[in-house]
Design a protein around this ligand. Sequence first.
Ligand code: FES
Length: 357
Amino acid sequence: MSELDVRDAATPPEPAATPVPDPGLEEHVERYTDVDDRASRATYRQIVAMLGAVPVLVVAFVVVYFAVPISAEFALFGTTWKAQHVLLGGTVGLAILLIGMALIQWARLVMSDVEMSEERHPAQTGPEARAVLAADTKAGVEESGIKRRALIGSGVAGGLGLLVVPALLALGDLGPWPTDAVRAKTIEKTIWAEGIRLVNDVNYLPLKASELVVGQLVNAEPENLQALHGSEYQIAKAKAAIIVVRMDPNSIRIPDSRKDWQVDGILCYSKICTHVGCPISLWEQQSHHLLCPCHQSTFDLGNSGVVVFGPAARSLPQLPITTDADGYLVARSDFTVPVGPSFFERDSSKDFKDGDN
Ligand code: FES
C-alpha cells in the first residue's frame, strides 16, 4: 500500500454540500393526450360524459325518493335489502364517484404536467414576488385547461351544486319539525299509561309489590311493550325503560306532591340518564344513590331523583305507580316530564327541584 493510499484511508471524505447535490428534474415525457389531438378530445368527451351523468343520477335519486315505498324489499346474497335505501345510496354514490373520476382524469390527462423547480427565497414576499405569484396563478389556470375546456369547469361546479338536492332530501328524513304538537306526540310521550303493569325486563313477569324486598332494584318495562315490533318496539323501549327500587319509607324523603306515586317505599324511575341518555342501574343501597356509568351523574332516588353529582342538569323522571286489585305494580299515568336528555324546547318548569314538597 503506498503512502498516499494510507493517508486516504485515514482521512474521512468531505461531506457533500447538500444531501442530494443536484436533485435535478426528470426529462419531461409527454402524455399521449399531449401529442395526439384525437386522444385529447376523446379524454375530454369522457370527462364531460361522466359529469353529464351526474344530473341524471340526481334526478333518479329524487324519483326513487318519492316513487319507491320505504317498505319495498328484495332478497340478495341471502339477506333482505330495503330497495329505497339501496337505490338512494347507489344513485348518489355513483354521482360522487363519477365526479371524482372526472376530476382524476382531468388532473392526469388534461392539466399541464410540466414539472417546475422553485428557488428558495426569504419568507417575506415582496411586491415582485407577489406579481410573479399572480402571473403563475394565471398561468396555472390557463394550463389547467379549464378555460379551453369550459365544459369541465361548469360540469364540476354544476355536478357538485346538484348534489345539494339529495342532501336536502336526506335532511328532510331527519323527521318532522319539532313543533309543540309533534313533541307532545313523540319525544315527550312514552307508552306508559294508567293501569299498565310493570314487568321484569328479562322474564317479562309482572312485578308484585309484596315480592320486592328493601334494597332491591329491578329493571323493568311496560307490559304493553311486547305487543310492538321492529323499530316501533325499539323506540318505545328506549323511552319507557324503568328501574323499580324498594327503600325503607322512613329512610327517604317523599314530597307531599308525590306521596301517592309510590307503594310502601317502592319507587319507579326512568332508566335513561338525563345527561345524554345512557341506561343506568348502578344502585348503591345504603345511600340510595344511582350512578350513571357514562359520566358519573349521580341521582338520589331517596329524594325524588335529584342530581347530587355530575353533569346531568335534571332530576331523574319518576313514574307514578300504584297497585292493581291483584297487588301487581301498575302505572298511574305516563311520566309527568319528558324522559332522557335535555333538548332545546324542553320545558323544565315541572321538573323536581330539591326542596320541593
Ligand atoms: S349519560 Fe349519564 S352522566 Fe352522561
